[in-house]
Structure formats: structure tokens, C-alpha cells
Ligand binder design. Structure first.
Ligand code: ATP
Ligand code: MG
Length: 413
């Protein structure tokens, strides 16, 4: 893509009320647009990053048997009354609205109830189980505070997978398969080393649930990390009893600020009992379906990654989620000819390149390349025309190398 075709612009200023570093940088670099607190639009660069995060999660969910669906945002009251979660006293984040005829509706903050209800149409026998539907969807939550940019939206992207199993034993097997899939997702996103499987409260069907917490100064949670065992304990269950149960000592743990990027939770038969989701086993006996739910926040992840890797010049994306791999800059007339040739060659070999063909000073193009966090900047200039070389600059460490077109194409393939 050419910069002259990209409709967004970079900016030195941000909305005065934006205090979160991730949102400040993403707004300045033209990745997102702030509609209001906790509500952001994704612009071309931001949409590319979000889609790449989603694609990594999708591949890992498909690898463990996930079947992708898309449920509705508009929700009917009686589905949620069945579980007792329609009441604002029980679920305090509801956005509610009405049909023209006065019928009350809600905007889905999560999807246990509607999916459990939907599955009644398709699950009746043990032969129909287990099954693992999932989706990527915008959730709506009237969060009390929304000052952390993409990390806490009032409208945000969630991946939610729900497992429907025949028994607790079958559920537990899948639960650990999913836990491993989560490890792979966070490793692929470049935050595996600082993301801890964290013991949290489990509800009525299991002792613990597990949160995946990424250590970050911008985090809103406090966890206690055991580095050697690569686990952590959430503040809410940080008791002597739990420490003993997990075989860890207080002295071995470090208090850290962290942000929950995902969680896995045993639901048991809470929702299948409430909404009447049953199956008949091999001998004709009826049982409630045994459930689990598994959330990840793709938009929160985008904020976390933006914030964690940023430096004083701007964003620094890992290669596999960067909106483009290469930011190409032309300087001078002969440099422009070299840039045009390379642009065509990069495109034909499928390397995603943003070509800053604007009539701007080199310094401001370099600054934009850095602000946007594109992994590699390639400069084609009159100065290196004689040698027919290009300058390659690595965004992560600033290392500069001079390469021929062939060498560059091979390196950036
Ligand atoms: P938190 O304790 O941070 O509010 P939660 O327990 O409400 O999170 P879940 O309901 O389990 O979160 O949602 C699943 C995932 O969705 C979370 O792990 C997180 O990554 C993401 N998520 C939850 N709330 C938000 C939000 N307001 N903005 C962005 N992402 C969110
Ligand atoms: Mg919440």
C-alpha cells in the first residue's frame, strides 16, 4: 500500500482525556479512533493488527476442535432470566434497549445463556457430544471505569469458546488441552514469557479457574508469581490454604501488576441445568451437559502488546502481527526509481509493504515509520544509487545494514 492512498494521518496530539499509553500511541499512529471513553474504531492499520491477532487465536482454536460461529449481539430477556443474570443487581455491566413495541432487549456482555439455549436444538444424545463452538464477537459491557484504552473497552472484541461435554472427566481432559492451546496463543503473540497461568476462584463446580495474566505496569490486577514453576496466584485466592494446596511458599512468590488476557472456567451444569440442555446416554438415561468457557480478549491483547513493546519513539510490533512488515522510504529522484522497483518486487513476492511515497521530508517519514512500529524500514536514496544498495533498519534495535535488492528480497520474504 502507498501512504498517499492511506486515508489516516499520524499526529503529535491525542484527545486530552486519553490517559492510557496504548491508546495514546495507537491514536497518534492512526491505528484507532476514539469515539468516546472505552469505545474505539479500528482504522486500516489497526484493523490489520486486530485481524492478525484474531487469526492466530483462530488457528489454535481450530487445532483443538473449535467450530467457528457468530452469535447475535441482541439478546432476549427470558434467556437470561432463566439463569438469573438478566437483573442489573446480578450482572452490573448490561447495556439494555427496547424494540419499537416496548420489548426489552440486552446487548450481549458474554454468551453462555444464548449458546446453551441454541445448543438444545442440536444436542440430544451422547453421540452429539463433545462439541466446541467458538466465535470472535464484539461484547458490550457498561464498565464503571474505562481509562485503560483498548485494555478495558465498553465495546470490545472477545474470543469465546464453550465446551459441551458428557462428563466432568471428559471436560477436564479438554480443559487441559485448551490450557495448552492458550500457552501457544500467547507464545505466538510474543508475550509467552511474561504471561502466567494464574489460579483464581473457580465457582461452584471446581476449586479454581485459571486466568492468563500478562505482567505489565499498566495492569489492573495484582498477582503473585512463581517464576520457576511459571504459575501465579490471583490476589482473590491468595491464602495460606491455597499456597499449601499448590505446594508453594510465600517467600517464593513475587507481587506483580498484571492484566488478564484470557481465562478458562469450568461452568459445570450451571447453565445446562438453568436452560434445560440435556442428553441421553448409551443406556437411555438423561444428564445435564457438562460445560466450560474459554475467553480471550483480542482487542485487549492489541493494547497490551502495544503498551509492552513501545519505546520512546512509538510502537514496536512483533513481526507476525505488524500491519506491514516493511516501511519503504524514497529520498530523491534516483532513490524514488529504486524505491518503485523494490516496491513492485516486494509486492510480487507477497511481502506486506507500506510505501511512504508522500512528498515529505525524510525525517518526518522516518518518524512515522518508528511511530507506527513497522518491523523493517527500507530507505532508497540518491546517496546509495551508485552502489545500488538499500538501507535496512530494524525497528527493534535500530541496527542498520546495506543490502542489494536481491539480498533484501530474500531477507524480507
Ligand atoms: P476483567 O476482570 O479484566 O474485567 P473479566 O473477568 O470480566 O475480565 P471475562 O468476562 O472472562 O473477563 O472475559 C474474557 C476475556 O475478555 C478477558 O480475559 C479479557 O481478555 C477480555 N475482556 C474482558 N473485559 C474486557 C474489556 N472491558 N475490554 C477488553 N477486553 C476485555
Ligand atoms: Mg470484567
Amino acid at each position: 500500500m502507498r501512504r498517499t492512498e492511506l486515508f489516516t494521518k499520524t499526529s503529535k496530539t491525542v484527545p486530552g482525556d486519553e490517559v492510557a499509553k496504548n491508546a495514546q500511541l495507537l491514536i497518534r499512529a492512526g491505528f484507532i479512533y476514539k469515539e468516546m471513553a472505552g469505545v474505539y474504531a479500528y482504522l486500516p492499520l489497526g484493523k490489520r493488527v486486530l485481524d492478525k491477532i484474531i487469526q492466530i487465536i483462530r488457528e489454535e482454536m481450530d487445532a483443538v476442535g473449535g467450530q467457528e460461529i457468530s452469535l447475535t449481539a441482541l439478546q432476549q430477556k427470558d434467556t437470561w432470566e432463566a439463569s438469573g443474570r438478566w437483573s442489573d443487581d446480578v450482572m452490573d455491566v448490561w447495556f439494555k434497549t427496547k424494540l419499537a413495541n416496548g420489548t426489552e432487549l440486552g446487548l450481549a456482555p458474554t454468551h453462555e445463556e444464548p449458546l446453551t439455549r441454541l445448543m438444545r436444538t442440536y444436542i440430544s444424545s451422547y453421540k452429539d457430544l463433545p462439541v466446541y463452538p467458538y466465535q470472535f464477537q464484539i461484547k458490550f459491557r457498561n464498565e464503571l471505569r474505562s481509562k485503560s484504552g483498548l485494555m478495558r473497552g465498553r465495546e470490545f472484541w472477545m474470543k469465546d469458546l464453550y465446551s459441551f461435554s458428557r462428563s466432568q472427566a471428559e471436560h477436564e481432559k479438554y480443559y487441559s488441552v485448551m490450557s495448552n492451546a492458550y500457552d501457544r496463543v500467547f507464545a505466538r503473540l510474543g508475550i509467552g514469557d511474561r504471561t502466567y497461568k494464574t489460579f483464581a476462584s473457580g465457582g461452584s463446580f471446581s476449586r479454581y479457574s485459571h486466568e492468563f495474566q500478562t505482567v505489565s505496569e499498566a495492569g489492573e490486577d495484582t498477582i503473585y508469581v512463581h517464576e520457576a514453576k511459571k504459575i501465579a496466584i490471583n490476589e482473590e485466592v491468595y491464602t495460606d490454604e491455597v499456597l499449601a494446596d499448590l505446594g508453594v511458599a510465600r517467600e517464593e512468590l513475587k507481587e506483580r501488576k498484571a492484566i488478564e488476557v484470557g481465562n478458562i472456567f469450568t461452568l459445570g451444569t450451571k447453565f445446562s441445568d438453568a436452560l434445560g440442555l440435556h442428553y441421553t446416554d448409551e443406556v437411555g438415561e438423561q444428564h445435564a451437559v457438562y460445560m466450560g468457557c474459554y475467553g480471550i480478549g483480542p482487542s485487549r491483547l492489541m493494547g497490551v502488546i502495544a503498551e509492552l513493546f513501545a519505546d520512546d519513539k512509538g510502537l514496536v510490533w512483533p513481526d507476525n502481527i505488524a500491519p506491514f512488515k516493511v516501511y519503504l522510504v524514497n529520498i530523491g529522484e534516483q532513490g524514488t526509481r529504486m524505491a518503485e522497483t523494490l516496491y513492485a518486487a516486494l509486492q510480487s513476492q507477497g511481502t506486506a509493504v507500506l510505501y511512504d511515497d508522500r512528498n515529505e521530508r525524510p525525517g518526518s517519514k522516518f518518524a512515522d515509520a518508528e511511530l507506527m512500529g513497522i518491523p523493517y524500514r527500507v530507505t532508497a536514496s540518491d546517496r546509495l544509487f551508485g552502489e545500488q544498495k538499500y538501507e535496512l533498519t530494524d525497528r527493534k534495535n535500530g541496527a542498520v545494514t546495506l543490502l542489494t535488492a536481491d539480498e533484501l528480497l530474500a531477507k524480507l520474504r
